[in-house]
Design a protein around this ligand. Structure first.
Ligand SMILES: O=C(O)CCC(=O)C(=O)O
Ligand SMILES: [Fe+2]
Length: 291
């Protein structure tokens, strides 16, 4: 993978982990880790693949996202298309597609899938109603972003292989973060960054790994993440509320103020609001470079 030039450490890997080790070594210091066998004997290990999902979820109509830049006419996180799940899985298996499913609430839609997994007891208070599913076609990717609630996340991957690039929240000063949003500048290609255009990226320190079937990534609070599907696949995220008071207040600000303010400004100022924010991302980050 051409992530050359970015300052990325390989994420540590363990086979399994005790609650105590997980809390002491990773949650407390807020360091990511891949747990290769956290899923243990879950029925999902044998069952979860595209054919099974087509059988269980095929009739549902699902919201799809591609990688088009944010447009002022769209609401915050508004889907770009809709399709029956069976048709979407056919598409994933047939050809590369940019269409992704992002934040699909599985349990609400298909409660029986709950029989296929557990909530692992690793010392995180996981929110039981909120495991979310993500699907992507070959070479599709999610913009570098952090999650609105700055949660602690367990990210389980299925079927395929996925490249993950992570940065601690505080690295945002080097990442061309777009104001009033959860993303970095959309023109950055984190798989092959152009340092002429984005010189500050050289100063950012992050992590990388590749996830395969049933491996679990722990993402600490507010971590930036960029994920590229090397082969078609899908993932499930479980989340636990941020413990650090600073992160928690950022989460409340994002949820109750930032996204509504951003929506309002899109309606009032239109595309100029988006263009100005993107320009600010560049000038602000580069001004630190010269300082
Ligand atoms: O893998 C994806 O498509 C995105 C995953 C993600 O953003 C998350 O788990 O928060
Ligand atoms: Fe995310």
């Amino acid at each position: 993978m051409a992530t050359t030039g970015l300052n990325l450490k390989e994420i540590e890997r363990v086979d399994t982990i005790s609650k105590k080790e997980f809390l002491e070594d990773f949650v407390k210091p807020q360091i990511p880790v891949v747990i290769e066998n956290l899923v243990g004997e879950w029925p999902a290990v044998q069952k979860w693949d595209f054919n099974y999902m087509r059988e269980k979820v095929g009739e549902k109509v699902v919201p799809l996202y591609d990688d088009r830049p944010v447009d002022y006419k769209d609401g915050f996180n508004e889907p770009h298309a809709k399709m029956k799940m069976s048709e979407y899985i056919d598409l994933l298996q047939r050809e590369p597609t940019r269409y992704r499913i992002f934040l699909y609430n599985v349990l609400k839609e298909v409660p029986e899938l709950q029989d296929d997994f557990d909530f692992p007891d690793v010392g995180l208070r996981l929110m039981k109603s909120l495991p979310m599913l993500f699907f992507g076609g070959e070479d599709s990717y999610t913009f570098m972003h952090y999650d609105i609630d700055l949660a602690n996340i367990l990210h389980f991957h299925f079927q395929g292989e996925k490249e993950c690039i992570l940065y601690p929240f505080g690295e945002k000063k080097h990442l061309y973060k777009v104001p009033h949003s959860l993303i970095t500048h959309e023109s950055i290609d984190f798989s092959n960054p152009d340092f002429e255009t984005w010189p500050a990226l050289r100063n950012a320190s992050g992590y990388r790994t590749r996830l395969n079937h049933c491996q679990t990534l722990y993402m600490p609070e507010g971590y930036w993440h960029y994920m590229r599907y090397i082969t078609p696949g899908f993932s499930m995220s479980m989340r636990a509320i941020a413990r650090n008071p600073k992160n928690l207040s950022q989460a409340l600000y994002n949820i109750f103020f930032m996204r509504h303010y951003d929506n309002l400004m899109r309606r009032i100022k239109g595309q100029k609001w988006i263009d100005d924010k993107n320009q600010k991302a560049i000038t602000k980050t580069n001004s630190r470079l010269d300082a």
